[in-house]
Design a binder for this molecule. Structure first.
Ligand code: MN
Length: 323
């Protein structure tokens, strides 16, 4: 039986579903989960979404965004669907999902990241690495389930694709992406609301933080573009981690950039690295893997222990810490 048929049968058979939005959520995981939540409820299913972290403000406008749970009990669900989680840890609930997989076996992994440790415990893996966003995969699933596409679902789907393609600017955008986007628009997706909330809604503190990050751009002769943001910068600007989203894409847009790297200090004493490339010759997920991270060829990331410190030459050093 085809993988997608297995999922369709499973959805038809069971009643209580949990959808997992990954930690440190982006537009793809949040909006696709909410679209699927709306869709499965139309089939009369009981469906909830869960995310370990808060839903970032730019996505608060999405329908059902205020219903996302922070926690769950494995016993409450017949099936759990994990969306856009590059690996098991990224789900935010690795132990709980392992336990669920062991007892009930209905753990479905829907993703567009390369194969990872989640594959081993999931009972069904629906993966399409060519999908620009997970919404492309899930939209197809809802069509096969004959669920009518409404305005709210279309808005969620388009938000997911819009964010994972950087507003259709990244090279992961395919003819299929644009075809789907056209379908969603034709079904009432609120594009203006999406662009307003996601691209144009920068607060004063966010712009101040971008100012600091952009003022520290460094580009070497190989086209390696870097910048750094410390915890102190965020405090000074009154900004949060979410305000950094988009910075690494912006610095990667510099003419001649081969790889862009943003290093930012996290609230728990670590350094988060975000990598981007537009080059066909470079696979930044390989760099991320070297440091225990993951992602895609063109966009990846990892986290290491340490702090950032400016040296006397004005450059930046990574100071090793114990944890
Ligand atoms: Mn994604």
């Amino acid at each position: 039986m085809e993988i997608i048929e297995k999922i369709i049968n499973l959805i038809k058979k069971y009643d209580n579903f949990l959808l997992v939005i990954h930690e440190n959520p982006d537009g793809d995981t949040v909006a696709t989960s909410l679209a699927l939540q709306i869709a499965l409820r139309k089939l009369g299913k009981s469906v909830e979404s869960v995310c370990k972290d808060d839903i970032p403000k730019p996505f608060a406008f999405l329908p059902l965004a205020n219903t996302v749970r922070k926690d769950f009990l494995v016993g409450d669900y017949d099936a759990i669907i994990v969306l856009d989680c590059g690996d098991l840890r990224r789900t935010g609930f690795p132990q709980r999902l392992k336990e669920f997989a062991k007892h009930k076996k209905n753990l479905i992994n829907i993703d567009h990241h390369p194969k990872n440790d989640l594959h081993k415990i999931a009972s069904i893996n629906l993966i399409d690495e060519n999908a620009a966003a997970v919404s492309e995969i899930v939209f197809n699933l809802t069509r096969l389930l004959h669920i009518e596409l409404d305005k709210d679902m279309a808005t969620c789907f388009l938000t997911s694709l819009y964010t994972d393609t950087g507003g259709f600017k990244h090279p992961n955008t395919t003819p299929r992406s644009l075809e789907y986007a056209a379908t969603w628009l034709a079904h009432g997706a609120r594009l203006k609301l999406i662009t307003k909330n996601i691209s144009l809604n920068r607060t004063v503190s966010s712009l101040k933080l971008w100012g600091i990050a952009l003022s520290r751009i460094h580009k070497n002769s190989f086209g390696f573009v870097t910048t750094v943001v410390t915890r102190r910068d965020m405090e000074k600007a009154g900004a949060s981690d979410n305000d950094l989203s988009g910075v690494v894409n912006m610095i990667n847009s510099i003419p001649g950039s081969m790889i862009a790297l943003l290093l930012s200090e996290t609230s728990d004493g670590k350094i988060k690295a975000s990598l981007r490339t537009d080059s066909d010759e470079i696979d930044v997920s390989k760099i991320a893997h070297l440091f225990g991270g993951g992602g895609h060829r063109r966009a990846s990331g990892f986290t290491i222990p340490g702090r950032l410190k400016q040296n006397i030459r004005g450059g930046w050093n990574i100071i090793q810490t114990d944890h």
